[in-house]
Design a protein around this ligand. Structure first.
Ligand SMILES: Nc1nc2c([nH]c(=O)n2[C@H]2C[C@H](O)[C@@H](COP(=O)(O)OP(=O)(O)OP(=O)(O)O)O2)c(=O)[nH]1
Length: 141
């Protein structure tokens, strides 16, 4: 790896595929956030020493005011944006208490898995969405 690559910022982010009644929660990044007005899975940067699942539980309380149960992981996805790299660690999740309240995002929607790609997602999410769609298509047989 070159010095230049080593110096590039690489962030590690846990993200929640929150399911309810066959639908999945998507959240719109606000105009003031990094990657503005892109849809994403709620979540955020993993703090030093923090476990991925604990990060997710913390972020979902901070961002949406809900307590979640964290289930199975999907495949982590790494993507290079101009200026930084991200690795997303996705987990299937469900809400165990609280109502979705927008503390940071500008909108949230419950989507059917098949229609997720009708929205403009953060680029790093695309492989995760494809894997998730296959998982749920398989589950329906
Ligand atoms: N939470 C989340 N972040 C994503 C997804 N896809 C994706 O590229 N990202 C990027 C956006 C951000 O650069 C980073 C997540 O960190 P964050 O939500 O704490 O980012 P932020 O820059 O808004 O917050 P901060 O620096 O103020 O802490 O990962 C996703 O599906 N969920």
């Amino acid at each position: 790896m070159s010095d230049r690559e080593e110096q590039r910022k690489h962030v590690h982010v846990a993200c929640a595929i929150v399911e309810r009644n066959g639908l999945v929660l998507s959240a719109l990044r606000s105009a003031s956030m990094n990657l503005p007005l892109r849809w994403e899975f709620p979540g955020g940067k993993i703090e030093p020493g923090e476990g991925r699942e604990d990060c997710l539980k913390r972020e979902l309380v901070e961002e949406l005011g809900v307590e979640i149960e964290v289930g199975s992981p999907l495949t982590p996805a790494t993507h290079s944006y101009p200026g930084f790299e991200v690795t997303l660690y996705p987990f299937l999740c469900r809400i165990v208490s609280g109502e979705v309240t927008l503390y940071e995002h500008s909108e949230a929607r419950w989507l059917s898995p098949a229609r997720m790609l009708e929205l403009e997602w953060a680029d790093a999410d695309l492989p995760i969405i494809l894997e998730y769609q296959q998982l749920r298509a398989g589950a329906r047989g």
